[in-house]
Design a protein around this ligand. Structure first.
Ligand code: ADP
Ligand code: MG
Length: 477
């Protein structure tokens, strides 16, 4: 049985803490406090909860999130099942997560602005680097919400539970942005803390330099007397035994003293083949998160953010065209936007679809461009925002949009409205507050209640199940 290989309590603790980054504290306390991993066999992991309602709610609302987190932490997990264990409600059970360690996004202090940065003790060259990026202008989207939240958590409480923080993923997906911004946030919240950001390459060069001069003490002192060490692109340590060893010692000393470590690499610790096993397992002790390619909506939002940073107003259609055609690297996508802006400025005109298409062709290998000849822009998914969902529901039930979002409380409208809220929540993961605002300024608890009502009824009402399935099909989900 594989079950013996994993520490179920430890795994569950990690999973729930991680979930705390994307789920409100109240929901974590309501649904996960009295829960355990009861079994793990043949890749099927069983989570036991105390009652039927919680079981339904977790399955309906959190299953995908839980599965993703489980698989990231324990790749042999194939699926998650849920069972009810009534005794969990009342009895202490050693497998329950320790909620004292819970640190949700809502707990994080708001970023403080520090006027006098003179006091920040950090290598001036590195300070310049760190100052470049902020978490405020990182657009997390659905895909990178977890990594963004983890960086916020580290910025709020460095050296706490997300330590070490290890961020990995492909080129141009925002790792350097996140690392530098985290360093920045720590400095904002704790101006006295000493933070060093550097690339692994620079670390290696400094070591080689120190060894060459036969004088490694200043080097050692510099890195062991700080509060946070951020090292970018640590895949460069591979096959560089001396540097790696020095980094290992520095890492251990800082870690043992409760100092924060943040690292990035182009692959997961598991895949860093040529790295020392000891170092690899140290990385895995903390929080390991992948940065993912953002989806279409997020890519457009990133482009909008970059336009704002450059003080440019560009037609959304143009941004959508770029986002549709440059998908794998955010850096490349931004590069195209900047080139398109530069070219248009030269020609004293606004960028057009065809001028942007030319830039894309020049800078990438793309041949077939989506949306170049079509009337509108090709849509990648049929529902992309809240209004799209409302439109489909409104069409399905033949209720005008305005009535659907209104205060009107006639029977024929209440249920479609609840379904609409439920679908927005489920498909787009919008907050109850945002949904409430769209639906005539309703309170978030009203929205929560509506969503729960649908979840409950879906268990027993076959007609409702049919309607919800038909609606989802219409929306292409
Ligand atoms: P990496 O280090 O992973 O190669 P970078 O951090 O250098 O990538 O990111 C490349 C560019 O993309 C930077 O200009 C960064 O600001 C931008 N970027 C990447 N992801 C995002 C995002 N989610 N929101 C805003 N900007 C982003
Ligand atoms: Mg980078």
């Amino acid at each position: 049985m594989v079950a013996d290989k994993i520490d179920k309590k430890e795994l569950w603790q990690k999973v729930v803490m991680r979930l705390g980054l994307i789920v409100s504290r109240q929901n974590i306390l309501s649904f996960f406090k009295n829960s355990i991993i009861s079994d793990f066999e043949d890749g099927i992991l069983t989570v036991a909860v105390s009652n039927f309602f919680t079981q339904q709610f977790i399955r309906e609302r959190y299953h995908m999130k839980l599965l993703c987190i489980f698989q990231e932490l324990e790749p042999s997990v194939r699926d998650v099942k849920y069972e009810i264990m009534g005794i969990l409600e009342h009895e202490g059970h050693p497998g329950k997560p320790d909620m004292d360690q819970l640190h949700t996004v809502a707990d994080m202090p708001k970023t403080r602005k520090v006027r006098n940065k003179q006091e920040v003790i950090v290598d001036s060259e590195m300070r310049g680097n760190i100052m470049k990026y902020e978490l405020d202008n990182y657009i997390p989207g659905n895909e990178n919400r977890l990594v963004h939240a983890a960086c916020m958590a580290v910025g709020a409480k460095p050296g706490n539970i997300y330590n070490p923080l290890y961020i990995y993923g492909g080129v141009g997906l925002g790792k350097t942005h996140l690392l530098q911004a985290t360093g920045n946030l720590i400095l904002k919240n704790y101006p006295q803390k000493r933070v060093i950001y550097m690339t692994a390459e620079k670390f290696i060069n400094e070591i080689i330099d120190a060894i060459g001069k036969r004088h490694t003490k200043p080097f050692k002192d510099k890195y062991r007397n700080i509060d946070c060490l951020i090292v970018d692109d640590i895949q460069f340590f591979a096959n560089k035994a001396t540097s790696e060893q020095e980094f290992f010692h520095t890492f251990n000393e800082l870690y043992d003293n409760g100092k924060q470590l943040v690292m990035s690499a182009d692959r997961s610790p598991r895949e860093l083949d040529s790295l020392d096993d000891r170092l690899r397992s140290r990385f895995a002790m903390g929080m390991v998160i992948e940065v993912c390619v953002p989806d279409f909506e997020t890519r457009v939002a990133i482009l909008q953010e970059k336009c704002a940073e450059h003080g440019e107003m560009i037609d959304r259609k143009i941004l959508e065209f770029i986002a549709n055609n440059v998908t794998s690297s955010v850096r490349e996508m931004i590069g195209i936007l900047i080139s398109a802006i530069a070219q248009a400025r030269l020609e004293n005109a606004n960028p057009t679809i065809s001028s942007v298409a030319e830039v894309i062709r020049k800078l990438t290998k793309a041949k077939e461009l989506i949306g170049l000849h079509a009337e509108g822009i090709a849509q990648l998914s049929q529902v992309r925002n809240l209004e799209d969902v409302i439109e489909v529901v409104s069409r399905y039930y033949k209720i005008p949009r305005e009535t659907l979002v209104s205060e009107q409380r006639s029977r024929g409208i209440i249920v479609p409205r609840q379904i609409c809220m439920f679908l927005i929540r489920q498909i787009l993961d919008q907050s109850y507050e945002t949904i409430g605002e769209t639906f005539g300024g309703r309170n978030h608890t009203t929205v929560l209640h509506s969503c729960n009502k649908i979840i409950e009824r879906l268990q027993v009402d076959q007609r409702l199940q049919r309607d919800v399935n038909a609606l989802k099909k219409e929306m292409g989900v």
